[in-house]
Design a protein around this ligand. Structure first.
Ligand code: AMP
Ligand code: MG
Length: 338
């Protein structure tokens, strides 16, 4: 979360860039939603009222939270987790189906049934660790996406204690949902960023959108302040998962917030952050989390086997220095000269 910040390197509402054939007018706005910040820029030759667009975006995001947030007690997700209803809405159904596909694609590294483990490790809404080794077996019985399904519009759980956690994918999905809103308005060039997850449509007046990747240092608490690289993007989505801003220390051990569904333990490896590019942001978000679970070697193999994705991985070497691995197709879009 917040591991990456959109850096608006091409600032200004009007683009007078030499590469612009004509003056292209862009509007931008930003705010808070889903417990994080968002910022959006869009081509606006039709002079949409920016405040009205922002209002609509915020309404969509509020509705989104009422469906999928773990932090809104009355959300569809929370009610399904508490077995108060078995009827999912459209957001739930879409994210659930894609979550199943991503679990299959990642060999189970990504699995939204980690909910009970996430809570036990203190990464849930109540942020209180009560994991005990003796509870592991019973918690593990609740993990496995094959234990949940949607049939005839109803959710079916193999065990009522199973609870779902869409946090690894919901932010990316919300970026897709807002992007569809801009598509419906007929806007052909925009950049939507929510909590560091991004979708870029088109380019900006002939110039690719530029996105900053933060250095994954624990001390790098201000997004955008200390950059590792800049990625140029067009018609693609990007999401980052990192274990350096969301973790806690206990007795000198660093616990990351991604849980390995195979072991029940927080993943522990040299991978510090995984930035994934995919066509949609929900997928990029899910794959980024899965890569953190897989660790550096398996994540590289996975990306090489799945050429529809690109990756920018930051890991530490034996001496604790930062190293990067960039998928081959992405190299030409990366500027690391900082
Ligand atoms: P992200 O920041 O997108 O990597 O999402 C991390 C969040 O996803 C965690 O805080 C958990 O709520 C949830 N999560 C942790 N491990 C997994 C996993 N293996 N599969 C799916 N979701 C997970
Ligand atoms: Mg994710």
């Amino acid at each position: 979360m917040n591991s990456l910040r959109l850096i608006i390197l091409l600032t200004g509402i009007l683009c007078f860039d030499s590469s612009c054939r004509e003056k292209t007018e862009y509007s931008k706005f930003s705010g808070f939603a889903q417990g994080t910040t968002y910022s959006m820029i869009f081509e606006n030759p039709r002079r949409f009222n920016v405040a009205a667009i922002q209002d609509e975006v915020e309404q969509i995001l509020t509705g989104f939270d009422l469906s999928l947030s773990l932090y809104v007690d009355s959300s569809v997700l929370c009610r399904i987790n508490r077995n108060e209803t078995d009827i999912p809405d459209e957001y739930f159904t879409e994210v659930f189906r894609r979550s199943k596909e991503i679990s299959a694609l990642t060999g189970g590294a990504f699995d939204v049934t980690v909910g009970p483990l996430v809570r036990a490790w203190g990464f849930g809404p109540d942020a209180h660790k009560n994991f005990r080794e003796t509870d592991r077996d019973s918690l593990m019985q609740l993990v496995g996406i094959e234990k949940v399904d949607i049939r005839n519009g109803r959710i079916l759980k193999a065990d009522p204690r199973i609870s779902l956690d869409f946090n690894a994918i919901a932010k990316g999905y919300s970026v897709d949902v807002i992007s569809r809103f801009f598509d419906r308005k007929g806007i052909k060039s925009y950049l939507v960023e929510i909590g560091g997850e991004i979708r870029a449509r088109g380019d900006r007046g002939g110039v690719f959108w530029k996105i900053g990747i933060d250095k994954p240092a624990d001390s790098n608490v201000v997004p955008g302040q200390d950059l590792q690289a800049i990625i140029s993007m067009k018609d693609r989505s990007l999401a980052t998962s990192g274990n350096y801003r969301r973790f806690y220390m206990e007795d000198g051990v660093k616990y990351s917030h991604t849980i390995d569904p195979k072991t029940g333990y927080p993943s522990k490896n040299r991978l510090l952050s995984a930035t994934i590019l995919a066509s949609d942001c929900m997928t990029a978000d899910g794959i980024a989390t899965a890569c953190m679970v897989m660790g550096k070697e398996r994540a590289i193999e996975f990306i090489e086997r799945n050429p529809e994705f690109d990756a920018f991985l930051i890991y530490s070497d034996d001496q604790g220095n930062y190293r990067t691995w960039i998928s081959e197709k992405l190299i030409q879009y990366i500027d690391q000269s900082r």
